[in-house]
Design a protein around this ligand. Sequence first.
Ligand code: 3H9
Length: 659
Amino acid sequence: MPEIRFSQSVSARREQGALVVTIDNPPVNALSAHVRSGLMAALDHATDLPTITGLVITGAGSTFIGGADIKEFGKPPMEPMLPEVIDRIETFEKPVVCSVNGSALGGGCEVALACHGRIAGEKAAFGLPEVKLGIVPGAGGTQRLPRLIGTIAAIDLIGTGRTVNVSEAVALGLADGTAADPVAAALTLLRELGAKPLRRTGLMAVPTVDAAAVSAAEAKVLARARGQSAPVEAVRLVKAAGQVDLKQGLAEERCTFLRLRDSVESAALLHVFFAERAAGKIEGLETVSPRRIETVAVVGAGLMGAGIAVSALISGCRVIALEQTKEAAAGARDRIAETLDKTVRSGRMGQDGRDDCLARLQTTAEAADLATVDLVIEAVFDDLQVKMDLFRRLDGILAPGTILATNTSYLDPDVIAAATTDPTRVVGLHFFSPANVMRLVEVVDCAKTAPDVLASALAFVKRLGKLPVVCGVTEGFIGNRIFSAYRREAELMLEDGAVPDEIDAAFEAYGFPMGIFAVNDMAGLEIAWARRKRQAATRDPAARYVEIADRLCEAGRLGRKSGRGWYAYPNGERTVDPEVTAMIKAARAAKNITPRAITAEEIMGRLLKAMVDEGTALLAEGIAARPGDIDLVMINGYGFPAHKGGPMFTAQQGKDLKS
Ligand code: 3H9
């Protein structure tokens, strides 16, 4: 049968008496204006074909429909609007079945909900992830999903934005069935549906449910919202579906969608979405082929190394963990197994997956076993001499094509690379702890790193399911350099009149999960103390230096591990310690500083300004390529609230900054 074309992205063919409509709008079949108008034209065309049994809607490529075209947000609206298209599908006189060949997200899921039947292909996934973009579904999702799967499940899915796979979709009643050939199965379903009255989702009653169960589901979502409004609004709309009729529910949903789409929260989350996609794209690397990485060696399998090993195992790599002794190698295996067990307990992996990972793990105390690996990541003690000695030794053992990565946090990777005969194969891979959980990896492009080594490092980090951000060489790279800057500002504020608890409270109220001084206590104060002592000789004597942290360390207050640091921890509870308050007062008195009250607004303004000033310097120095990269580092490594978009986004909005 010849193809009928309705727009640049929508076409159809007649098959088994039905019209099979295909959306082909790469990369993700988003519902751009020409897709919406094409779908409307297809429905008009079908109306004029009295003999057809109905329509099947499917997507070309690996996605069904990735949602509304978010690149159209902020532009003048173009008819037909998605709710109209969806209403036309739902009220169509003949059955419409969707063949969900891949992800049906956002507006794509809403199209599926309006169809009279849904067949999921093996790679299908369903989700309404709008809250992750700071909005709510805007084309009926909050009203139709609870009618189909019940209020509790709808609150969970829409409130968290999580995606469900085929088996969960079938169990929830979101998909009617699954098939290896979903178009064929959809055509069969179409014939079956033709014989009965059509089940229109919007006309179904929302199943009644116990109010206490709704409150519990709501509380779970709101506990994760942490100051973000979209999940709160989403839950409100889902609950309303059971209380008002469809028309009223849709009107309230649309109005909320439009309001949130113009919010700063949505602009911030869209910025993060696009920044994440841009982060993996490096100018000059477009045509560079990465090297094949299948076997990875991790040197030093402590907490960090074991986390890296687990990530690599889960991604399907073979892993060799090198330790100094046979006993330490056995300990490494135990640590890695324990981390995998934790992953199983959390439900993120099955027992079979865990066993498969361990079957691909080798632990050894023989460096010679690393001779043929594709990539070595060192995660040994952060000491320059130790790392240089290791790289020198490995350089003599490894095959010439092997990439050598250092996980150093503060040392100069160019100096470490210089210990090898081929610094072009050295790159930095700065993981964050715990490395099997944290998404962020700073990929350090050292002075002599070869382009294909950098491309390989990026591809490897993406394979781990993590977020790579490329940066140049500087002490602390992007994240720790900015962290040092705002920690310094926080310490200056101690001298000026604030106390740690006030600063941490302002930071946490802004949306960070933990205050600066509490984080310091968690990490331990001694590493920064050692660094300050190293830097003492070269410090600018005219620059203001706050000695309070040194006094704390000298008093043995090294953080949580010593039971006290910036705070005391009786029974594990973070508590203001009068001894620290007295030390701060003494430091002010020694410098003749008259303390003044500092408001939470000033505290946050100064901390943000410190972040932005350092970020601006990193951009000027070429260490970071884009403001968005800095935002990603702060969000994914340091707890900056994603719905505020990161410090550089905030600065661009001209908000919250105080000079
Ligand atoms: C919505 O639907 C609102 C409705 O309720 C109401 C409307 C009235 N639009 O992620 P990738 C681009 S809100 C436009 O690397 P993957 C992306 O920027 C929407 N473009 O691919 C990138 O472009 P570039 C709800 C989009 O295979 C390219 O596609 N939907 C959209 O790893 C590849 O992206 C969502 O929130 C879009 N909707 O993953 C889903 N999506 O090459 C958002 C992606 O220029 N999307 N692009 O950098 C995703 O989660 C993933 O992209 C997806 C594919 C899973 C689909």
